[in-house]
Ligand binder design. Structure first.
Ligand SMILES: [Mn+2]
Length: 259
């Protein structure tokens, strides 16, 4: 008896979601095909082990750009929100920030285009300028995009959250600045931070669930879960199921994007 107690560590309980089942989804980047496949995997998981209460679906941002189906991705998320299978929370990524900036400042289109914005325009049926550096062409594209963008999509982009918390977890797009309380994080850090966060050992106040920096495998440490597996390029879209028993990675694979 004495011996078994000696030097034995109390097993550490996993972080708590307060009893809630949560599914967090990484960066989609216009890969509507992968989103549909991943939602099927999540639905299968819900059926196999039904949660006690309505599960929460958290999207970590970067819905648009690069892949061909940005408009369809937003359409699918809006449809999920109108159904009752999940509570849906949607975070803002730096690519949604770029889309909104383009709406305010058409000349920004030349920068947005370097990060995959033309694919987003095309998904809304808008012809991107033939010459990336022509400001007049961007003004024309901005006007066409304003016409093509459904009101529900504009509201979706405008209303995205910067952070959402569930129990011991905080969900953000990119990460948090180490040493700064969660309530005092800046929008810039939440949408953009990489090295200073990724290289920090933590803790960060809560377990941070994030996307933004693509990695071949999901990143799991005691203090953060990184779920961006570069869906656009790799054909792998990653989610994490979280509950009081810990986490489980759920992925969809559809093969590489056409060049
Ligand atoms: Mn990002």
């Amino acid at each position: 008896m004495f011996k078994s107690l000696f030097g034995k560590k109390t097993p550490k309980a996993p972080p708590s979601t307060g009893g809630r089942r949560v599914y967090a989804v990484g960066d989609i980047h216009g890969r509507h095909d992968l989103l549909v496949a991943l939602l099927r995997e999540i639905a299968t998981d819900v059926s196999a082990e039904p949660p006690d209460a309505q599960p929460l679906l958290v999207f970590l941002g970067d819905y648009v750009d690069r892949g061909p189906g940005s408009c369809q991705v937003v359409e699918t998320i809006l449809a999920l929100r109108s159904e009752s299978a999940f509570e849906v929370r949607t975070l803002k990524g730096n690519h949604e920030e770029a889309l909104l900036r383009f709406l305010d400042e058409p000349a920004f289109g030349s920068t947005w285009a370097e990060h995959g914005g033309n694919a987003t325009l095309a998904s809304y049926g808008v012809q991107p300028p033939a010459t990336r550096t022509d400001p007049e062409a961007w003004a024309v594209a901005r006007a066409a995009f304003g016409e093509a963008l459904p009101g529900a999509h504009r509201t979706f982009y405008d209303a995205l959250d910067l952070i959402t918390e569930v129990g011991d977890y905080a969900f953000v797009h990119a990460g948090v600045r180490p040493g700064v309380p969660l309530a005092h994080q800046t929008e810039r850090d939440l949408l953009w931070i990489r090295g200073e966060f990724l290289q920090a050992p933590g803790p960060f106040g809560k377990v941070i669930v994030h996307g933004h920096t693509p990695m071949e495998e999901p990143q799991v440490t005691p203090h953060r879960l990184g779920l961006d597996t570069g869906a656009y390029a790799t054909g792998v879209l990653t989610a994490a199921r979280l509950d009081d028993g810990g986490h489980k990675i759920i992925q969809a694979r559809v093969g590489r994007a056409a060049a």
